[in-house]
Design a protein around this ligand. Structure first.
Ligand code: HEC
Length: 151
């Protein structure tokens, strides 16, 4: 049994190592960050619709999505590291000229998203109680897109 486990582990580790041994290509970096941002947008969009009264407010869905956005907010930055990357991207070259500011923008987003996740925890708040926290996250998206995304 132990032998089987060891062999399986060796195999699994081999896969992981094979995957990380080669640096990600520009295309992989771009795909990765865009995928993270698409899922962020897919969760944040309905929250915006609720906040604006376009669809009915559902506190549980709002809280669930807030938690997802907070988790995902911690995954986006690494998709930008080591650039600029050439390919099908809307990321402006200014990101890498002003990396510290861009990184700060991501940190602001992460903190705001974490704040919103905490404010919505339990999923039983009125919309009015979480609207302010929601706006802070929305502003962090907007600020960064204004500066660093080609629209
Ligand atoms: C610190 C900067 C930054 C923050 C914060 C940020 N974004 Fe973005 N976002 C970008 C950049 C840059 C791109 C373009 C990426 C690319 O094309 O390579 C982008 C792209 C996107 C895309 C398009 C993805 C695609 O390829 O289709 C969506 C959707 C998106 N962001 C949603 C959001 C939402 C919603 C938030 C906040 C909840 C947010 N972003 C916060 C910088 C940011």
């Amino acid at each position: 049994m132990r032998k089987v486990i060891t062999a399986t582990l060796a195999l699994a580790t081999g896969c992981v190592l094979a995957g990380t041994a080669v640096a990600q290509s520009d295309e992989e970096k771009i795909n990765y960050r865009q995928a993270v941002l698409v899922v962020i947008g897919g969760n944040f969009g309905p929250m915006g619709d609720m906040a604006q009264g376009e669809i009915d407010y559902d506190a549980e869905v709002f809280a669930r999505n807030a938690e997802r956005v907070a988790d995902l907010s911690r995954m986006a930055l690494e998709g930008f590291e080591g650039g600029p990357h050439s390919g099908d991207t809307d990321a402006k070259a200014a990101i890498w000229d002003e990396w510290d500011q861009f990184e700060q923008g991501m940190t602001n987003f992460e903190e705001a998203a974490q704040g919103l996740a905490e404010a919505t925890e339990g999923g039983d708040q009125d919309l009015g109680a979480v609207q302010q926290d929601f706006m802070q996250v929305a502003e962090s998206c907007q600020n960064c897109h204004d500066n660093y995304r080609d629209n």
